[in-house]
Design a protein. Structure first.
Length: 226
């Protein structure tokens, strides 16, 4: 369970200070599928980065299963990220010189445990509907297929939470639907908590809960999120 309490993020640009989040509080129950929506500049990516422990808030706290995680030293946060969180970026971030399969077991290669990860990487690629594409290089895949490889990679360490920042922003309608349906399946079949950012109001249909941000504050909430 995620608890976000009075979260504020101010970007200090010297003379100018940008208040990207202001007093944001909410709780996400385990197994939820939450959409974070709002206009450009409303603070969606800033919020997701704080929840993914990729950045630290100016004030306020984030608790994961009751433990404060937002102020841990970077080494501790990195460990939590590796063990519990999967992160998917808008622009896939795959390595072009590795195949889809190698991209997915890359975290294992970095730990010197590639052998233990190969089979799981193949299963994950099947799970996201790419069983026939495992030896393709990123440039031999469509945008939607590359994004599904990135999702498979984010799942390699069996995270309980998958965070995705506009995973479909670079995709056409059909590829977007396949990526979103993949996220829904992970949520329903594996029980992964999915938190995704979108500015397409149509994507609400994939979510169980919705938060709408406006100027760094919560303007609307619905569903299981409290
Ligand atoms: N690294 C940064 N340094 C300074 N200001 C930033 C930084 N990142 C974001 N901001 C500012 O904080 C505000 C919120 O930005 P954020 O990227 O969270 O918005 P967003 O809702 O994700 O927008 P978009 O839909 O365009 O991706 C914006 O005013 C932005 O200019
Ligand atoms: Mg953004």
């Amino acid at each position: 369970m995620y608890q976000v309490q009075e979260l504020t993020k101010i970007y200090d640009m010297g003379k100018v200070k940008v208040k990207a989040l202001e007093g944001v509080s909410f709780t996400v129950p385990d197994g939820d599928m939450l959409a974070i929506m709002g206009r450009s500049g409303s603070g969606k990516s800033t919020l997701l980065r704080q929840m993914g422990l990729l950045d630290q808030p100016t004030s306020g706290r984030i608790l994961l299963d009751g433990r404060e995680v937002s102020r841990l030293p970077e080494r501790e946060r990195a460990k939590l990220r590796l063990r519990h969180l999967g992160y998917v970026f808008q622009e896939y971030a795959l390595l072009g010189e590795l195949t889809a399969h190698q991209n997915v077991y890359l975290p294992g290669m970095m730990l010197g445990e590639a052998d233990n990860y190969r089979e799981r990487a193949r299963e994950l690629l099947e799970l996201v509907g790419l069983g026939e594409r495992i030896n393709h290089y990123p440039k031999e895949l469509s945008g939607g297929e590359q994004q599904r490889v990135a999702i498979a990679r984010a799942l390699i360490n069996r995270p309980r939470v998958l965070l995705a920042d506009e995973p479909c922003a670079n995709l056409d309608t059909i590829s977007s639907a396949m990526v979103m349906e993949t996220l829904v399946r992970l949520n329903r079949e594996l029980g992964v908590t999915v938190i995704f950012v979108s500015h397409d109001p149509d994507d609400r249909k994939y979510a169980q809960s919705v938060l709408v941000l406006s100027d760094g504050r919560i303007a609307q909430r619905s569903g299981q999120v409290k």
